[in-house]
Design a binder for this molecule. Structure first.
Ligand SMILES: NC(=O)c1ccc[n+]([C@@H]2O[C@H](COP(=O)([O-])OP(=O)(O)OC[C@H]3O[C@@H](n4cnc5c(N)ncnc54)[C@H](O)[C@@H]3O)[C@@H](O)[C@H]2O)c1
Ligand SMILES: O=P(O)(O)OC[C@H](O)CO
Length: 344
């Protein structure tokens, strides 16, 4: 495999980012601010044009100036040609169809990096699994980035850390080398399962915290949901092969704190609207950005059932979404299987 870190040593790495929403654009800025020569693919020509000509993506990152070494284009062929690393940041449910469009034009051997935090409805597959399946590439070429990474804060250069996970340590290091700068530090690990599931599951707990917020409950309720949520997400991820320590790292606890505490979080916002009494369809209509948690609830509960993992908080979120549980009834102490006192 080509190791792009060498490209950094000898000059700017040429990287491609697919998806020009808030995270794709912010991550492209992270890469560009780290010295890479970045081309970002936008579905809409006017967005690509705005990025290149005015160094803005005003629909997603209002008030943020983008660097000149970040340019936009609406042609996948153009963006991928010559890329040494490829980053993917489209909504999780659209990943598979987007991969079908790049399968034949992906440069050989280059790392493919998921920036996404969802699982695929219908299959329950993590994004790296969808990439492996749809592109037919070796898993050593695939990496996933996750962590406490609220886009707008990072776009403003607020210091942040993330973790790059790959089955191949070399790939993780190559990606982390390019995806680091003076305000964004990438750590590495080889626990792809834990890193990806951390990003997916914290979204669901953030919806629950948002619901509690919307109802008007205070800090005790939210802290209880976050703490019990960490137990729940760790039990789930470990049952699927994650390392326990990953779940208390940046991609687990770190992201859980950021997403549950921030009004910038779309998942938290969606939960708050539910807690205020809006129905699922009304919430969807009010969201103009992707809240991955809403689509992940079903597949996560299906996966949990296959391994006998109890997920009381996520199950309650599902019931609020389907309208069978009053948001005021959501409670962090409820267990799905027993009313008897449980060990913490
Ligand atoms: N925004 C964040 O703070 C943040 C941080 C970390 C990870 N993420 C993850 O990044 C991923 C992308 O989220 P985002 O925040 O950029 O979402 P977004 O809603 O801001 O942008 C999504 C982008 O995908 C495009 N898109 C929509 N449907 C598409 C389709 N069918 N095919 C191709 N492109 C399509 C949209 O036009 C838009 O450019 C999600 O999995 C999210 O969980 C987001
Ligand atoms: O806005 P959210 O809820 O998708 O969260 C954004 C990031 O995942 C936070 O790390």
């Amino acid at each position: 495999m080509r190791l792009p870190s060498s490209a950094v040593e000898h000059g700017a790495a040429r990287v491609a980012v697919l998806g020009a929403g808030s995270w794709g654009t912010t991550f492209a800025k992270v890469l560009a601010d780290g010295g890479a020569d970045v081309l970002i693919w936008a579905r809409r020509r006017e967005v690509a044009h705005e990025i290149t000509e005015t160094h803005r993506n005003s629909g997603y990152l209002p008030g943020i100036n983008l660097p000149p070494n970040l340019r936009g284009h609406d042609s996948l062929e153009h963006v991928l040609a010559g890329a040494e690393q490829v980053y993917l940041s489209v909504p999780s449910q659209s990943l598979r169809s987007n991969l079908a469009s790049i399968r034949d034009i992906l440069p050989p051997e280059v790392p493919v990096v998921s920036l996404m935090k969802g699982v695929e409805r219908g299959t329950g597959l993590r994004m790296s699994e969808v990439i492996e399946q749809e592109l037919g590439i070796d898993r050593d070429r695939i990496a996933a980035v996750s962590g406490p990474n609220l886009a707008l804060e990072i776009a403003k250069r607020e210091p942040t850390a993330a973790v790059v996970a790959s089955a191949s340590h070399e790939t993780a290091v190559a990606v982390a080398t390019v995806a680091s700068n003076d305000y964004f530090r990438s750590f590495v690990n080889t626990d792809v399962i834990g890193t990806e599931f951390g990003g997916v599951l914290k979204n669901l707990i953030a919806v629950a915290v948002g619901i509690a917020d919307g109802v008007g409950y205070g800090e005790n309720t939210k802290a209880s949901i976050i703490t019990r949520g960490l137990v729940e997400l760790s039990a789930f991820a470990v049952a699927f092969g994650a390392r326990p320590e990953t779940m208390i790292g940046l991609a687990g606890l770190g992201d859980l704190i950021a997403t549950c505490e921030s009004p910038l979080s779309r998942n938290n916002t969606a939960g708050r609207l539910l807690g205020q009494g809006y129905g699922f369809e009304q919430v969807i209509a009010q969201m103009n950005q992707t809240a991955e948690g809403l689509a992940s609830v079903g597949p996560i509960l299906e996966l949990a059932a296959t391994r006998g993992v109890s997920m009381p908080i996520v199950a309650q979120v599902a019931r609020v979404l389907e309208g069978t549980l009053d948001p005021r009834e959501l409670a962090p102490h409820l267990a799905t299987d027993s009313d008897e006192p449980q060990p913490e």
